[in-house]
Design a protein. Structure first.
Length: 337
């Protein structure tokens, strides 16, 4: 069984119901989630020995986080205890043409205060096939930026595949701050999740003509990225057309060996929960790569995994790889008898 590691922050999530503004709400639903934790959950359900590395407070919320992870089969051997608080965020569910809104309350969280000497980098990377981290983790502190750089360098020394998702969040840091931190990591990345806007605003690539198709523009940007970072083996992203908060179109993209592969377009309606869709997509790509599948099969699987995630509440997906493959084969809405 392959061993995979993800490293990042998991938070308490408090959500309003559909059609309810946060300032109107008198009750909120509770979930636990975070980008890297969500990927760890999906990879666990795909059959891997999945470990989540983080730091949580030693209180009732911290224990709830640990219970949440274990309920999905995620290993918590490297889950540090300490600090004073679990980061949280509030979700105001969108409806119709009104999009969902996120309000963070994560400053001074246990994870954001994590120091490099608390992590045994070589120890957590022993016998690991892949490590996955996102730009959200970098945004939380300069110390975490340096720690992630150390982790990536050691991973390359130990022959561990490195996966990095830009996952830029404007509410956490500026484009300039993100660009400076991300560019330091790129020489060590094998699998990169980034799109057109990331290429232009975070990697400084000159914008291409808008008259080109989406596919042509994306291919151009990926080829430009490879000129600076030839170490990258795979690049992934999605095209999303937002028709309303509950109706989107989604298509997956995977670039490898100089060619862009695309999934079919999934019509997502009604959307039960959009949050976590990108993490399910990333997990699907990583699973396909680790399994050694052809690129077209990988992108079809990953986009199907993301589409399925949109049908359930909460941050993470508990669908197995068999369920995702079955969904990808069936026509949408058919009864599986």
């Amino acid at each position: 069984m392959k061993k995979v590691i993800t490293f990042g922050e998991i938070m308490l999530r408090l959500s309003t119901g559909t059609g309810m503004l946060l300032r109107q709400a008198n009750q909120l639903s509770v979930h636990y989630g975070g980008a890297e934790a969500n990927v760890a959950v999906s990879l666990s359900h795909f059959g891997y020995q999945s470990y989540f590395v983080s730091k949580i407070p030693e209180n009732s919320l911290g224990r709830a986080v640990e219970q949440h992870l274990k309920s999905h089969g995620v290993r918590t051997d490297f889950l540090l205890k300490g600090g004073e608080r679990l980061g949280s965020y509030y979700v105001e569910e969108g409806a119709g043409e009104r999009s969902s809104q996120v309000t963070y309350d994560r400053k001074y969280s246990s994870f954001s205060q994590l120091e490099a000497d608390e992590i045994d980098i070589e120890g957590i990377l022993q016998e690991v096939s892949l490590i996955h981290i996102t730009g959200i983790t970098l945004a939380l502190s300069p110390a975490l930026q340096e720690l992630v750089l150390q982790i990536f360098k050691k991973a390359k020394e130990m022959g561990v595949l490195v996966s990095f998702d830009f996952n830029y969040r404007s509410k956490l840091w500026s484009q300039q701050e993100a660009a400076e931190a991300i560019k330091l990591l790129m020489p060590y990345v094998d699998i990169c999740f980034c799109g057109e806007l990331d290429a232009v605003h975070l990697l400084g690539i000159e914008p291409v003509e808008e008259s080109l198709s989406q596919e042509e523009r994306l291919t151009f940007y990926y080829l430009e990225i490879l000129k600076s970072y030839p170490n990258i083996q795979y690049m992934g992203s999605t095209f999303r057309t937002v028709q309303s908060a509950s109706s989107n179109k989604l298509q997956g993209n995977l670039f490898t060996s100089g060619k862009l592969y695309q999934s079919k377009v999934h019509h997502l309606e009604p959307i039960v929960e959009r949050i976590g869709g990108g993490d399910s997509y990333a997990a699907g790509i990583l699973w396909g790569i680790l399994e050694g599948f052809p690129a077209q099969q990988i992108i079809s699987f990953a986009t199907a995994a993301s589409a399925l995630k949109h049908t359930i509440q909460g941050d993470c997906s508990s669908f197995t790889n068999e369920e995702v493959m079955q969904f990808a084969k069936n026509e949408s809405g058919m009864i599986n008898r």
